[in-house]
Design a protein around this ligand. Structure first.
Ligand SMILES: [Zn+2]
Length: 174
């Protein structure tokens, strides 16, 4: 009986070790965000290959969204109390855009701005015009245009979140 139990246990471990893939959408950190794609800078989101980082900055007297596009241009959007309560941006913030590859419907994708390897709230990725997102702490590089997979051997893909589009209004939520 005891031998059976050990056998079952080792089979269980063997199966668990084989499971080496990650789920399509991350539920590790909560995300709730909405924006109007007709309004700048969100109007860039429908252009394939362009990305915007979005994060929330809060101080005693203001709450705003800080955004940076593929060219490095910066945008700020003041948030009222309702938006502040509604918007929750994952680990560090979001990187949103329309990937060039593996994206037949040219839909908008949302990744976390946080590094999936470092997994810390103060370790944010930066990205260039080619859509390479990189982490200055661990050296990881991920391709925003190709599923958010690492191009230099990091195991975890970027955290990705579901996006819905309704009459030009984008919603990211998990
Ligand atoms: Zn990292």
């Amino acid at each position: 009986m005891k031998r059976c139990f050990i056998l079952a246990l080792s089979l269980l471990f063997a199966t668990a070790c084989e499971r080496n893939s990650y789920t399509l959408y991350s539920r590790r950190y909560h995300v709730s965000f909405t924006c109007d794609m007709a309004v700048s800078p969100y109007n860039q989101l429908s252009t394939p290959g362009r990305f915007i980082s979005i994060r929330k900055i809060k101080s005693d007297n203001e709450c705003k969204l800080h955004m940076v596009d593929s060219d490095g241009a910066k945008f700020d959007q003041e948030l009222d109390a309702r938006q502040d309560a509604l918007f929750d941006l994952g680990l560090c913030g979001l990187i949103m855009g329309t990937p060039l590859f593996d994206n037949d419907s040219f839909s908008v994708w949302a990744f976390d701005l946080g590094c999936p390897e470092c997994d810390q709230a103060d370790v944010r990725l930066s990205f260039d015009q080619q859509g390479n997102a990189s982490c200055s702490k661990c050296g990881g590089i991920w391709a925003l245009n190709t599923d958010g997979v690492s191009t230099n051997g990091k195991k975890r893909p970027l955290f990705r979140y579901p996006v819905a589009c309704n009459n030009g209004v984008l919603t990211v939520a998990n």
